[in-house]
Design a binder for this molecule. Structure first.
Ligand code: PGA
Length: 235
């Protein structure tokens, strides 16, 4: 079973969320569909056809920290997955890998599956070196790696409409899986994210190492999202 995560980012108002949810609840899949809305809308997503996730969590357990949301609170809203360390948070909110590790550990303690985003920021760089450094900085401080999921998202592919060539995605995902087996003796699912759309999904589906997708832009349009879900049914 593959994972299809819709990351709605900071989009949609309440009426739009309600409309989106109505359509989403009609989507059937043999894969696991996860929707990650903004915090205020999490409790509007309550259908058995999908799971609900969050886009972030506080690195602090609980208490006096205005504006933050704890893993325990998310758990009480039935959140099953949480995206951590998205490149937009690194870039615009200066989130560090140390913070990401703390978030991952807090999520694991609350039985929420962390979806850890990693990826190189230029197509010209030696992506494997950047990815290894990022992975190690985050995972060396994580207690139960087997219960995490990695989302490989080349930063330069996010929201640009461009994806790396298929061989390079395949190579990088294999590399990530091997690194985690060799260094931590753990097996994890690795998703691909960055400009996945109904046009390139068939090509991506040929990469058997991919355990699912983290979708941004394409998931905002429920028609495109459905199309991607349907195209994943045939494999
Ligand atoms: P995109 O975003 O699909 O719009 O490229 C992916 C992501 O940010 O996770």
């Amino acid at each position: 079973m593959k994972l299809i995560i819709s990351n709605l980012k900071m989009n949609m108002t309440l009426p739009e969320v309600i409309e989106y949810e109505q359509e989403l609840s009609k989507v059937n899949s043999t894969n696991e569909i996860v929707v990650c809305p903004s915090y205020p809308f999490i409790s509007y997503f309550k259908n058995n056809n999908y799971k609900v996730g969050s886009q972030n969590v506080s690195e602090v357990v609980e208490g006096s920290l205005t504006g933050e949301v704890s893993a325990k609170q998310l758990k009480s809203l039935n959140v099953k997955y949480t995206i951590v360390g998205h490149s937009e948070r690194h870039k615009y909110l200066s989130e560090t890998n140390e913070q990401v590790s703390k978030k991952v550990n807090i999520l694991l303690k609350n039985d929420i599956i962390p979806v850890i985003c990693i990826g190189e920021d230029t197509s010209l760089a030696n992506n494997v070196e950047t990815i290894e450094k990022e992975l190690i900085e985050i995972l060396d401080n994580v207690d139960n790696i087997s219960n995490t999921i990695i989302a490989y998202e080349p930063v330069w592919a996010i929201g640009t409409g461009v994806i790396p060539d298929i061989d390079s995605i395949k190579r990088t995902i294999k590399y990530i899986k091997n690194l985690i087996i060799n260094r931590y003796n753990a097996k994890v699912k690795v998703l691909y994210g960055g400009s996945v759309n109904p046009t390139n999904i068939d090509l991506l589906n040929e990469i058997e190492e991919i355990d699912g997708y983290l979708l941004g832009e394409a998931s905002l349009d429920i028609k495109k999202f459905k199309e991607i879900v349907e195209k994943m049914e045939v494999i």
